[in-house]
Design a protein around this ligand. Sequence first.
Ligand code: GDP
Ligand code: MG
Length: 436
Amino acid sequence: LSDKLDKALHVLKGHGSITEVNVAETLKEVRRALLDADVNFKIAKEFTNKVKEKALGQNVLTTLQPGQLMVKIVKDELTELMGGDAEGINLSGNPSVILMSGLQGSGKTTFSGKLANYLKNKKTKKPLLVACDVYRPAAIDQLHVVGEQIGVEVFSDRGNNDPVAISKAGIAHAKANGHNVVIIDTAGRLAVDEAMMTEISNIHKAIEPQETLFVVDSMTGQDAVNTAKAFNDILNFDGVILTKLDGDTRGGAAISIKSVVNKPIKFIGTGEKMEAIDVFYPSRMADRILGMGDVVSLVERAQEQYDEEEARKLQKKIAKNQFGFDDFLKQIQQIKKMGNMKDLIGMIPGAGKMMKDVDIDDDAFKGIEAIIHSMTPTERSNPGLMNASRKKRIAKGSGTSVQEVNQLLKQFTQMSKMMKMMQGGGGKRMMQMMKN
Ligand code: GDP
Ligand code: MG
């Protein structure tokens, strides 16, 4: 979708003048792009009609920068179509009960963990995860692994195969142990079937959750709409979770689901890691679909993960020429904490396409980390000490070559220099540029 819309808007972007033919062409392309992304025909048509009306109303053809105005109109309409302002989840209950629903493999268990982690980081929330997928023992194990990873308690009852009873017992356990949020992970099937619908509906009726969420894999296209409709008919859910937005398909499902069930999309999943969760912002999603990148959330995520105290210390060290390999290691860990490298790069406008075929993952840091770990503490804080015999020892210890050690040393020197240069306010300016 992104590529097609890009192409469509390319006609307009950057062109000083625009003809009526251009507008019509562009709208046709936009509509085709929406249809290709499995957006319902009627919705796509309504959408382009609305854009056309607005474009004519605002006299696009006579403005100085018709291309930009047109892009703005398309973006605004797309944003509205996906739901206007971001909506949070209802946490007013004590405990607040959140029920997950959706097909098998849509990402319920993963998202349950992500949401628990997200709420736990808000400090005022003490979540409990409840394992109600009773059909596969592995499903219960999976939730326990997730819980351990994020330090959140998991309630399960392996002897029990009644999800209604388990969910009730889980809520009672939460009340008795001071948990103020209960997240209920449930079983899904590969396709909508009656047994699954009856089961989720029974749980729903029995526990009356504050929030029922429908989890859907964003790559499932037109099917996503049918599934969403089937679940909504039975549960009248409160919100949609769009997972796997780190894949190639982006946006089509968001547009269709929102228009068909008219429920807000609340969060998105952008990777397998527990940190790969973002609040859904329709305007950012529109940017993303339009290929403008998602700079705002990139900057936000970076800021969230970045400890300001740490940054201040680091700046002092750089100023005093004391930046060492331990600090370098910390920087790498910081980058890794921010999520999958590919996700992050994908959010930079233009870079997503460029890097599409390049395989980047966290392993890229493994060699570097091994080399630094093989240095003595003295060497780490005094990179100037490095000589041939030390390099040999480090290469041996880290299973790398002297050449690789040399390369890292060179990179490190360059980076130190650059950081020093940026300190004169350049760094701040760069952040400012990214925000604008
Ligand atoms: P469930 O059957 O609905 O509980 O689905 P799971 O949570 O077990 O997820 C199914 C698979 O999708 C797992 O391999 C997850 O790691 C993966 N997954 C879940 N969410 C995301 C996401 O946002 N991005 C990616 N790339 N993978 C995801
Ligand atoms: Mg599961």
